[in-house]
Ligand binder design. Structure first.
Ligand SMILES: *Cc1c(COP(=O)(O)O)cnc(C)c1O
Length: 482
């Protein structure tokens, strides 16, 4: 039995030693990352065995706990921050942002109110203005730092819901949705699943969304939006997309936003990674008109390469943003004057100071470095697509306009290309040089390649393309000899 009231000993030197040891463990991971097999090596059962068992009755020394935990978890880790992980849309962690993330934990600031962490509040203020400048969005927009793009979509759409109902004479924060004027929600048929989840959580429902057809690249078709809007009126929310999660394509905002605005709509853009395309002048034809919208959701943990969790919600109408998120309690000390209470812009109350890694990521890259990183990943996606397209057994299904390439494998003697594509993709994953996930594009099975990591080199791309072609050759040979 432990003594009542006994607390762990305060031992600053021991704590420092533990952090040093842990830094060493983390350093070993980082050093191995470029050459480590991308997939986890342990089975689920092995992980349950390594991590499981009943919780100990008595506490254990911190250094033993952390060392043993790291050893037990290690074989279940995925080298997703490494240079040859092309699954989902996955960034790594820039060194400055990783170090700042450690500080955020060590400092353990509660970025809820100005008074609970003036440093977090002011850093948010500064990062917000940097982001608006970088992305070319209205300088007086408000910014909320959330956990990811799903919550960024949620935050932006909560502001949208507030505003379109306010215009209809309804206070949704006070009175809820029961009896409220019905909101028409329009989105592309290619809208990301998380946008629909955001709508669902806001009580707007998934089934009520008018889905607008997309073209062969996944871009919303303007004439189809125009037609759909003919018979609708306010309250109206139109959701567009910058960067299709499969093809990377952009909805043509320059055409679409004015159509929606003419109907009095609030226009929201989901730009989880594609919004960063606004940094590249060469993409202007794709990104033009994005800035005309009312709200924008993006991620920092994808293409900006900060550690999870980091999403960004940006709203042109500061009053709507604040009204939808503000929380009040008698003991909450409101920020004096013109300083920022971070929680007024996000769904959470208490939260980590996720702004610190974001701040340091942006500083370490600078404007030019950030632009260069985005441009480099786009060029690498094109390089990957062109190397793969040299193989007669591979088709690239999309125009590689951003950092995404969609790959289809063609069976050598004809037959089911969907099953063959899924088979080759799973063998690519097993082979371990790189990792790419599967998807379905326009009814066809495809393998998705997303190049979103700061540390990926052209050599990584060449090596991965060779590995993919090698896997295809092996599977094709096997299929031939069957
Ligand atoms: C990844 C993604 C999201 C969701 O982002 P999370 O950070 O996973 O919440 C939303 N929209 C698009 C287009 C995405 O690619």
């Amino acid at each position: 039995m432990s003594e009542m009231g006994k607390r762990p000993e305060i031992d600053p030197e021991g704590a420092l030693r533990l952090l040093d040891e842990t830094a060493k463990t983390a350093g070993e991971w980082l050093a191995a990352l470029p050459e480590r097999d991308v997939v986890a090596s342990a089975t689920t059962e092995e992980l349950r065995e390594a991590l499981g068992g009943a919780l100990n009755e008595e506490g254990e020394p911190a250094s033993d706990v952390v060392r043993n935990f790291a050893r037990a978890a290690e074989r279940g880790l995925v080298a997703s921050p490494g240079p040859r992980y092309f699954g989902f849309v996955t960034g790594g962690a820039l060194p400055a942002s990783l170090a700042a993330d450690w500080l955020a934990s060590a400092w353990d600031q509660n970025a809820v109110l100005f008074v609970s962490s003036p440093a977090a509040s002011v850093a948010e203020e500064v990062v917000s203005s940097w982001l608006l400048d970088l992305l070319g969005l209205p300088a007086d927009s408000s910014v909320g730092l959330v956990t990811g793009c799903q919550m960024a979509n949620f935050t932006c759409l909560a502001a949208a819901r507030h505003e379109v109902l306010r215009k209809a004479g309804w206070d949704v924060e006070a009175d809820g949705l029961c009896g409220a004027p019905r909101i028409t929600v329009v989105a592309g048929e290619e809208a990301h699943a998380t946008l629909l989840v955001a709508l669902r959580m806001l009580g707007l429902g998934e089934r009520n969304v008018f889905a607008i057809p997309a073209d062969e690249q996944g871009r919303m078709i303007p004439s189809a939006l125009k037609e759909a809007l003919e018979n609708v009126s306010e309250p109206l929310i139109v959701c567009l997309q910058a960067g299709n999660v499969n093809s990377g394509a952009f909805d043509p905002c320059a055409e679409l936003v004015p159509l929606a605005k003419a109907k009095g709509a609030w226009v929201h853009v989901d730009g989880a990674f594609g919004l960063w395309g606004a940094l590249l002048p060469e993409l202007a034809a794709h990104t033009e008109g994005i800035g005309l919208a009312d709200s924008w959701a993006t991620d920092a943990h994808k293409w900006l390469n900060v550690p999870y969790d980091s999403g960004i919600a940006i709203v042109r109408n500061e009053a709507a943003h604040r009204a939808s998120m503000t929380l009040k309690a008698p003991y909450y000390i409101a920020a004096p004057g013109a300083v920022r209470d971070p929680s007024q812009w996000v769904p959470e109350s208490s939260r980590r100071a996720r702004v610190f890694p974001l701040y340091c990521a942006l500083r370490s890259l600078g404007k030019n470095g950030l632009r260069e990183m985005i441009a480099r990943n786009c060029a690498q996606a094109r390089l990957m697509a062109s190397l793969l397209a040299e193989d007669p057994g591979i088709r690239i299904l999309n125009d590689v306009v951003l950092n995404q390439a969609l790959v289809r494998f063609i069976p050598p003697r004809g037959g089911d290309a969907d099953a063959f594509t899924r088979l080759v993709a799973s063998k690519v994953q097993e082979e371990g040089t790189c990792w790419a996930g599967g998807s379905v594009w326009k009814g066809m099975a495809a393998m998705r390649i997303s190049v979103s990591n700061w540390s990926t080199t052209d050599t990584d791309i060449r090596r991965s393309a060779a590995a993919i072609r090698g896997v295809l050759a092996g599977v094709s040979q096997f299929a031939e000899s069957e």
